[in-house]
Design a protein around this ligand. Sequence first.
Ligand code: ZN
Length: 624
Amino acid sequence: MGIHEDDIEKVRNDADIVAIVSQYVALKKTGGQNWSGLCPFHNEKTPSFSVSADKGFYYCFGCQQSGDVIRFVQELEGLDFPGAMEWLAPKVGIALRYTGGEAGGQKRAYRKKLTDVIDNAVDFYNDRLLTAPDAGQARGYLRSRGYDKEIVQQFRLGYSPDDWDQLAQHLGAPASDFEATGLGSNKGQRQQDFFRGRVMFPIFDANGAAVSFGGRQMPGGQPPKYLNTSETEVYKKSHLLYGLNWAKRDAVSSGEIIVCEGYTDVIGFFRAELPRAVATCGTALTEDHVKLMKRFAPKVVLAFDADGAGRSAADRFYEWEKRYEIEVFVADLPDGVDPGDLSATEEGREDLRAAVTGALPFLKYRIERALGSEDLSVPEGRAKAAEKAMALVAEHPNELLRDQYLMEVASRTRTDPDRLRPMLRRSPDPYEGRFGPEGGYQREFSAESVDNYDEGPAVPSLKFDRREAEVIKILIHRPADLEGRVFDFLFDAPGTRRAYEVVASGPDWVGRLDNEPEQVASLLRRLSLEPLEESDEGSSPLEDLGWVVGDVANRVLRDVLGQAAADREHYKAIQPLVQWTKLRTEELSDASQRVGAIDALLAWLQGHFVSEHGDQGGGDGVDA
Ligand SMILES: [Zn+2]
């Protein structure tokens, strides 16, 4: 399933990249069609993030992030490619057409139909909470938690009336759709609501589509405390993190995401000015959750009692840290109070912020707990603490890290490290060597990643040449300066050669960047946005071209000499060429002679490369 090529084309061409980027970044015009501002992808104080209005792309000179408007929306909104297209299409004023595999398009349309029904339910419950007479107790309960109208609206909280079918009546959705959302069931001819007499916490997916609800019991109401619908086409608990739609932006900019246990905990962190908290929907943290979070932040701070989860949880965290290059930290929350309750007072909110700021790496946290549970002022306590802590250290798969912590435990418990070392005996590492070298495993996993997040094609590393790139830059900014003096044989490094071919392919090359390797596209975006340095003190604008031409000439000369080495006569015959080339390349560094030398060398090189591909009778003569 894909989106019609023409529609992609249209969105890319018509979307106003400056207007869209401006929703996230304050941009200033820097000259011509270029704008710049503080980069949304890395922390900086002076702007190095540039946007080209006419070419429709961005490039950051600080962190090298680059792309077009679709990529920008994907990154900032955490959307996959189709998601970003759907986000942009209304702004450009088109309705997307889907291609290939009707089934895929139909599935997407079906999901949309269900989330629209759920979205209506969000409005219905929210409206009931705010206005209905029978929601008085619910409003009182929320007030008692310190929730004001702003919080209710921000999190779209609601109230489900204690009745049989008010939601069903209101929605008027076909019976099969209603049941497929999990919001109710069909009893013969009658539809029946699933949630009755509960405070409603709507659950949205990362893209902000409503997918389900958690319903909280009213004081004195029917258990359980929290009620969830069963899984549906759009509600898969192992893939969903409550709050991610609101938390993702702060997670990206802070590089950190907080994981807690419930809806009210998430809201608590938002109240404590930590708007980057998410919660699982009543399941343990899964690998899919980790993959999802990794899209937004590399540091995961657990804000629940992670220690209680024991060895198997620890093993999973260590494996995920390694596999997804994330770091798992634990916030040391006061015992026995959850973040939701803490957030009710300013003092509690301060505690929450301190717990997150002072979060410790997972292993360190566990070791501290072990050491803290014994009396380190007496030998018996220290011996016991050492034993407990070493059992935890032994669980970690990384040998270097184990060794580091061993030293720390030794020093804290005043024990000889050599006495502790035997305690590191551990079962063979199940993860060692399972994954390839850097990057290799990431690609392997991106192939099956959650809702096919587009990580771009996997490309081998291309070689680029700095001077060749400078020539391409002039070609982009002031092509007239190089008129008639640029040929493909000047580009020797495969990456720069490819970049040249793209620019030479015609004035609309920008629209073709998508099909190019990322390194090539990124280079061209950078070159387009980099200011052209005005050459100083009368040096010719052709200086960079001169260097490149000289390099090529010398390389060709070496080849020619190499081929002639076995033939004494031939070798003698080309000595004038050697002399001639030497003189010309010397002239390249003299501004007054540069143009002449470039033209002479280019004429020779053209002849050489033409004859190389044509007849074999050496064309390496010298024009006197
Ligand atoms: Zn940046």
